[in-house]
Structures are given as structure tokens and as C-alpha cells.
Design a protein around this ligand. Structure first.
Ligand SMILES: C[S@@+](CC[C@H](N)C(=O)[O-])C[C@H]1O[C@@H](n2cnc3c(N)ncnc32)[C@H](O)[C@@H]1O
Length: 406
């Protein structure tokens, strides 16, 4: 039995498991994870759940879609019906399940905070008043493309970014956003690319700042706060979408790092340095390797904001870094947190052969985790596996594996 009901379940691509209670969702994901990792780990895999699985997301990206739909009054079986069966509609929301070119015009949502629906209503009314067309994915016409909303769960700050192909009335847009989210920062981004991603060619501030701050609060095993790390997040910065459960994972990793007491940490696939900054006070030096330059800039800035001076940031692909800069194995620890596609086989082989005593692997995709473990377990034993449910109502789960050199 579901705990949360949503009238869009079944059609909206935003949630796949809302027909189950949260407990059932977690049980289903745990069973699937056990099955995927059965060649490597037979023990029970504990799952840390999201305490409040409603309104947990700190970011959503929604599409404006100009799309065709069947006319409601059209009777397909009536041979006398000569009118056109299709008409156009405008929708703002998540993609329709299994469709790249259609969106659900969402009127309720369990993922983002309560302000989302009034915000969407206000923006739809503004677009109607301004006679602005929603983007047509097939014809590549229209002005309004995407809407991104991001908030700091621990800071309360929020930012709204409108992605467009052309000019629009900025003053009335700001007023429309203010009706639902009076203190949000507001930006506009131009995106004329053909790909359906909220990737800006240019960004400008319409109100407030071009970033928000978010904090992760790190606790020890007794729940006592031991460290807080502040992150400056621009619209493009990568940040885990479930702040409150992610900080439990960062706390868990930190507690283990404290126990292992490495002198040097290799934070591979480091993003803007979340692991390095969470553990900077526990080691002499952390080396953070990340391939996306803006994330590296964010990391350098975040280190300054947090007064951290012992993290060295490298903008490189891990597979290239390990070739050019041999890993110093003495008293080192490797943290791996690759994207959904997993590690490049050359990177996995280099880590497997590094001789570093302890490796922690954090994964958002059990299938690629299993493929990488096949390589890593040639030289490493698995000591522990656990999971964190960062993604309630979806099929996804975050997994954490502790490895030790054989
Ligand atoms: C799952 S994110 C983890 C980020 C970070 N550890 C965190 O907790 O916020 C994976 C990161 O790996 C980066 N990445 C993807 N492929 C990479 C590669 N071949 N080499 C280095 N970094 C890569 C992505 O840009 C992304 O920032």
C-alpha cells in the first residue's frame, strides 16, 4: 500500500515506485542490490533510509513542452467524425514515462518542497499572459525550455533558473516567481542547443545572486555534530539531490576514515570535493581528481570557504591521472565515487594494482559497481557493504563498499 499518493503516478516519469509503501520500496531495492552483488557479497546489506521521503529533493529540472494530444471529445469509432483528432497543449513538468518529447503538466509532486506547485501555477499564468510558447522538442521551436529549482535543505536558500531560447519580459517573470518564492534568487539561461538538457550557453542574474549555499552536517556514531562543510552551488554544480541522507553517507565515510587514519586520501571522481572537504581535518593531504572544470573551480572555492588548505585539486580524467601520477601507496586511502557508467577499465585496473591498503567505493549504480568489483577483487577483499536510499520512489540506490588489500 502506498504511503504517498500522486495523481500522476503511472504516467509521470518522475517516480517509478510510488505504488509501494516506502518500506516496501526499500525492501525491493535491497533485494535487487543483494541479487546484483551476489557474486561478491552474501551478507545482509543494511540500508540507511530517508527519514522524510516526501519533499526530500533539493533540486528539480522540469521541461516546458509544446506537444500534441488526442482531443478529449474525439470519437475514434464514429465514421462521421471528420474533425482533426489531435490538438496542441502546453505542459510543464517531468517527462512522460518513456517519452523524450512529452511532459506531464504536474499539479502535485512528492519530490520537491511545497512551494513547487504554486511556483509552477504562477509561471504557467505568466507564460499565458506574455503569450510565450513552450518548446516543441520535435520542431525545435518555442521560447521556454526548462525550469530548474534548487534549494539548500540546511540553509533554506533557493534559486530558480529559467532556460529560454530568446528574450522575454524579465520584470514580469521575477514578479511571477516572487508570488510563490519571495526570497529565491532568480536567473535566466539561454539554451539554443538541440540536446534536451538544461545546459546553459549563457547565464544572467535577474534577482539576488548566481548561487546558493548548502551545508552538510557531519555527525559521529552517537549523532553528535563533528564538522560542518559549506558548499557554494551554482546552477551547474553537481551536488547530491538528497542532502539529509547524503550527509549520513558522508558522516559514515568520515567515521571510517577516522578509524583508518590515512596520511593521504585520493578522492577520485571527486566532484566539488565533498569527501575531501568532509575529511580534510583527518589527513595530511587529500588529492581530489575530477574531470569537469567548473566542478574543480567550485571545489577550490569551497575549500577556501571552509578554510581548508590541504586539498589539492586536479582537473583530469581518473584513467589519465593514474597513468601520469602514480599513486603513492604508503598510508594512503582511495575513495572512488564514479558516475553511473562506473570506472574506465584502465582506472579500475590501476586502482586494483595500486597496493593501497584501503579503498572505499561509493556507487549510484549497482550494475557498474559489480563490473568494477570484478576487477578490484582480484587484489582486494570486500569487508563491508551497505546502502543509502538517496532516491526514494525511484529504482535507484547508493551503495558503499569497503575493500582491503588481500
Ligand atoms: C557521482 S559524482 C561524485 C561527486 C562527488 N564525489 C560528490 O560526492 O559530490 C561523479 C563525478 O565524477 C566526475 N567524472 C565523471 N567521469 C570522470 C572521469 N573519467 N574522471 C574524473 N572524473 C569523472 C563527474 O563529473 C562527477 O563530478
Amino acid at each position: 500500500m502506498p504511503d504517498i499518493t500522486c495523481k500522476h503516478f503511472g504516467t509521470c516519469g518522475g517516480c517509478a515506485l510510488l505504488n509501494l509503501s516506502y518500506e516496501e520500496q526499500v525492501a525491493k531495492k535491497r533485494a535487487k542490490l543483494q541479487e546484483t552483488l551476489k557474486d561478491f557479497w552474501n551478507g545482509e546489506i543494511p540500508v540507511t533510509v530517508t527519514d522524510e521521503p516526501k519533499h526530500f529533493r533539493n533540486k528539480v529540472e522540469l521541461g516546458f513542452c509544446h506537444q500534441v494530444k488526442w482531443r478529449e471529445d474525439y470519437d475514434r469509432k464514429d465514421p462521421a467524425n471528420k474533425t482533426r483528432p489531435l490538438e496542441f497543449e502546453s505542459a510543464l513538468g517531468f517527462k512522460l514515462k518513456g517519452r523524450w518529447d512529452r511532459a506531464v503538466d504536474i499539479a502535485e509532486c512528492a519530490l520537491f518542497n511545497q512551494n513547487l506547485i504554486p511556483l509552477l501555477q504562477s509561471i504557467r499564468a505568466w507564460a499565458r499572459a506574455e503569450k510565450l510558447e513552450y518548446y516543441d522538442q520535435r520542431k525545435h521551436t518555442g521560447v521556454l525550455r526548462h525550469l530548474m529549482v534548487r534549494e539548500g535543505k540546511n540553509t533554506g536558500e533557493a534559486i530558480v533558473v529559467l532556460f529560454v531560447t530568446d528574450d522575454f519580459n524579465e520584470k514580469t517573470f521575477v514578479q511571477a516567481v516572487e508570488k510563490a518564492m519571495p526570497s529565491a534568487h532568480i536567473m535566466a539561461a539561454v539554451n539554443n542547443g538541440l540536446a534536451d538538457t538544461a545546459a546553459p550557453e549563457s547565464l544572467r542574474v535577474l534577482k539576488g545572486k548566481d548561487h546558493i549555499f548548502e551545508k552538510i552536517v557531519l555527525t559521529d556514531e552517537s549523532g553528535k555534530t563533528v564538522r560542518e562543510v559549506t558548499f557554494k552551488l551554482s546552477p551547474q554544480s553537481f551536488f547530491q539531490t538528497n542532502t539529509l541522507t547524503a550527509q549520513k553517507m558522508y558522516s559514515r565515510v568520515r567515521a571510517l576514515v577516522k578509524k583508518l587514519a590515512p596520511r593521504r586520501i585520493y578522492d577520485l571522481y571527486g566532484g566539488a570535493g565533498s569527501f575531501s572537504l568532509s575529511c580534510a581535518d583527518l589527513c595530511e593531504k587529500s588529492v581530489c581528481v575530477e574531470s569537469v572544470a567548473p566542478a574543480v573551480y567550485n571545489g577550490i572555492e569551497n575549500a577556501k570557504i571552509n578554510g581548508v588548505t590541504n586539498v589539492q585539486f586536479f582537473c583530469a580524467k581518473v584513467e589519465d591521472f593514474v597513468k601520469q601520477q602514480p599513486i603513492e601507496k604508503k598510508d594512503a586511502l582511495i575513495i572512488l565515487d564514479p558516475p553511473r557508467g562506473g570506472m574506465h577499465p584502465k582506472a579500475a585496473k590501476a586502482v586494483a594494482e595500486s597496493g593501497v591498503e584501503n579503498v572505499l567505493y561509493i556507487s549510484c549504480n549497482p550494475v557498474t559497481l559489480a563490473a568494477d568489483l570484478k576487477i578490484l577483487t582480484r587484489h582486494y577483499d570486500i569487508l563491508h557493504v551497505e546502502a543509502f536510499d538517496f532516491f526514494p520512489h525511484s529504482e535507484h540506490i547508493e551503495t558503499f563498499v569497503q575493500l582491503k588489500l588481500k
